[in-house]
Design a protein around this ligand. Structure first.
Ligand code: IVH
Length: 672
């Protein structure tokens, strides 16, 4: 193919991909399947890698893959990003309306009602139809250049649709969908990482990552709610008309916007959304009411940094008052001591709340929470209830201040403070409470996957002294098991079978199961691709670990700390004795060839003829290496269907992307 032909096909592919991307992410109405979409992307990537001069910043392949930044540069907003004044009651709203009424000649001006998304405001600039710059609000006058991160958001068009103006700047709210937030936190919890408090902070944190590859892993989304500037003599009459136009350019505009002719219609909209908030997959903290006609907006102008023509009518926070009955402690799997509040049960927004998280002792002390206090609790969205404050005026003098114990509530071991962390820890590896959490994790689906051992069974086994560490699971005897509550012959047999089956789990799974803080399944796979056995990992020094891409000091120190404990090493020995795979699969295979010697592969997406493990084994069998993340040292990305962001990373690093068939012919060619 010559350059001209390539240019034509590339342009054609980009517009097809942009269109299908929009149909999928913005319209929720895809016309083609994932496989077809991936093939278009794959073709574009391979053309771009053959003709790298044709790559542009706005190509759909460029949504991710940029090198991490040292810092964000500052951007001065051409027009300041304003804030809104607030109304907290119908009276506030009417007062606002009356003020405008007296300033406008019109006696019944219309208002656009929109939801007030609880995320973070950003500004997007398009020049000649191309997304060229995106910034956070910052202080309203200057913000941070987060262009690369914004490009990873699939609902932000990189090129405008249809006829576009020479210059366009729009504003909107970036948010973390609620359903995704729950999944994200669950995943973090599984990996022993600290969970996030709410979707808004997580959205902000995700957008302010210096490495856009990290942002790309976060499923951020964006609603566009206003036009800041446009060149081309385009003019619109109203806010809602403007939003329709922005929608036609490819932006995601909220479908719940509505026109209100009277204050009582605005109040109706406000009430309706208070009732229906839980049906939305994004947090909203109110509605925004805007004078619909743009000439009226112009006429009304701003007071300071707030426009007169708009107001935020906040939703009442779902709060309630109750008594703080007690502060209890939970011991986490990694030994972290997590305080929580036991509350006098109270209804908050239709849900009975009995407990609230207290995070750590600093949180309790900074709010001066005392047992017996009256406290205000708040439930925001789907998130766990929080204590906002205690009511000091209601104190009788009988309240008891909380002191964090110095020893573990479960095993009495002295608790320790770790530098840089607010949490305190029990470091006794035989602590029963930790063991309960660890067993739960060890047998879970993503770890050793032992069905029938979660929950109560695990706890009973610990309490009856049958297991003192996770390795004891492999030495359980039938007669003893049958003595446990609810364990009949059938369930005992099934459990023993599941335990036995789990011995075949690959080494990476074993590493995941140990529950080493910060070492979840992905890191475990990465490590077991680097090391030939668990023993080699144990013997490795910090430097070797830190040389592995994706492994930073937090992970390497955590690994070193774990294996420095004699108890943990004894437990590993027991697991070995039980017959678990302590040696990486590639070494076990004896029919090695050297056809792929020293070639490094990353596999992504669904393959037609192999499972993930099969293809990895095949590569290793031929002397190749498989890693889980792409680096400069990667030779090939073997991509199946739904390859995801790895494809972008590979193409930006110029790494060859091959299909399953191409992989097979690679082996065949080398064999011949
Ligand atoms: S219009 C001229 N519309 O609320 C005012 N803002 O305090 C510009 N927000 O940080 C904002 N939803 O990010 C507007 N539908 C909406 C909004 C909205 C959320 C945020 C905005 C800003 C804050 C204003």
């Amino acid at each position: 193919m010559n350059t001209k032909e390539a240019t034509n096909r590339i342009l054609q592919l980009r517009s097809l991909i942009d269109r299908h991307n929009h149909l999928y992410f913005v319209e929720n109405d895809p016309e083609i399947g994932d496989g077809q979409f991936d093939r278009l992307m794959l073709e574009l990537r391979s053309l771009e890698s053959s003709f790298p001069d044709l790559i542009t910043h706005q190509s759909p392949t460029q949504r991710v893959g940029a090198a991490p930044l040292a810092g964000f540069s500052e951007i001065s907003h051409t027009l300041p990003m304003l804030s809104l004044s607030n109304a907290f009651s119908d009276t506030d709203l009417s007062a606002w309306y009356q003020r405008l009424y007296s300033m406008l000649d019109d006696t019944d001006f219309e208002m656009a009602c929109e939801l007030k998304y609880d995320g973070l405001a950003v500004s997007l600039l398009y020049e000649q139809g191309l997304f060229t710059r995106g910034a956070t609000r910052g202080n309203g006058v200057t913000g941070e250049d987060v262009t690369l991160n914004l490009k990873t958001i699939k609902t932000i068009p990189l090129r405008l649709h249809g006829e576009f103006p020479d210059l366009l700047e729009v504003r909107g709210e970036v948010y973390f969908p609620k359903s995704e937030f729950i999944k994200f936190n669950a995943q973090r919890e599984q990996e022993g990482l600290q969970t996030y408090a709410n979707p808004r902070n997580t959205a902000a944190g995700s957008l302010r990552q210096l490495d856009s590859n990290v942002t790309a892993e976060r499923p951020l989304d964006m609603f566009v709610y206003s036009l800041a500037q446009i060149e081309d003599n385009m003019s619109f009459n109203t806010q809602l008309e403007t939003l329709d136009y922005l929608k036609s350019l490819g932006f995601k505009v909220n479908p719940n916007n509505s026109l209100a002719k009277t204050v009582s219609k605005v109040v109706e909209y406000h009430r309706m959304w208070i009732q229906n908030l839980s049906s939305l997959d994004y947090d909203c903290d109110g509605i925004v009411v805007k004078v619909n006609r743009l000439d009226y907006q112009q006429h009304l102008g701003n007071i300071g940094r707030e426009p007169r023509w708009a107001i935020a009518y906040k939703f009442p926070a779902i709060q309630a008052q109750t008594r703080l009955m007690d502060i209890r402690l939970n011991v986490g799997r990694t030994g972290s001591i997590n305080p929580y509040a036991l509350l006098d049960p109270v209804e908050v927004g239709g849900v009975i709340v009995k407990q609230a998280t207290l995070h750590n002792s600093d949180y309790i002390y900074s709010k001066d929470l005392r047992i017996g206090d009256w406290v205000v609790i708040e439930r925001a969205g789907e998130v766990i209830p929080q204590i906002v404050r205690s009511d000091k005026e209601k104190r009788t003098g009988n309240e008891t201040p909380f002191t964090m114990p110095v020893s573990c509530p479960s095993c009495n071991e002295e608790l320790v403070n770790r530098t840089d962390e607010a949490a305190i820890y029990c470091t006794n590896s035989t602590c029963p409470a930790q063991l309960e959490r660890l067993v739960e994790h060890f047998v879970s689906k993503g770890a050793m996957d032992i069905e029938g051992m979660g929950g109560k069974v695990g706890i009973s086994l610990i309490q009856s002294g049958l297991i003192a560490d996770v390795a004891d699971i492999y030495f359980l005897q039938k007669e003893k098991l049958e003595e446990i509550d609810r364990m009949g012959e059938k369930s005992t047999n099934n459990l023993l079978k599941a335990i036995n089956e789990s011995k075949k789990q690959p080494t990476a799974r074993i590493l995941t199961s140990l529950g080493i803080p910060h070492v979840g399944s992905e890191i475990s796979y990465l490590l077991m691709n680097k090391f030939t056995s668990i023993d080699e990992l144990i013997a490795s020094d910090q430097e070797t670990l830190l040389n592995i891409p994706s492994i930073g000091p937090k992970i390497s120190e955590s690994i070193a700390e774990y294996f420095s404990k004699p108890n943990n090493n004894r437990m590993i020995e027991k697991l070995r004795l039980a017959g678990l795979n302590m040696v990486s699969e590639s070494i076990i295979d004896s029919e090695n060839s050297n056809l792929l010697a020293d070639l490094r592969f990353v596999v992504t997406g669904r393959l037609d003829n192999y499972s993930r493990t099969e293809i990895q084994d095949l590569i290793k069998k031929h002397g190749g290496k498989v890693t889980s993340s792409i680096s400069n040292g990667t030779d090939y990305l073997l991509a199946g269907q739904d390859g995801g962001s790895k494809l972008d990373t590979a193409s930006s690093l110029g790494i060859q992307i091959i299909t399953e068939t191409e992989f097979e012919s690679l082996i065949d060619n080398r064999e011949s």
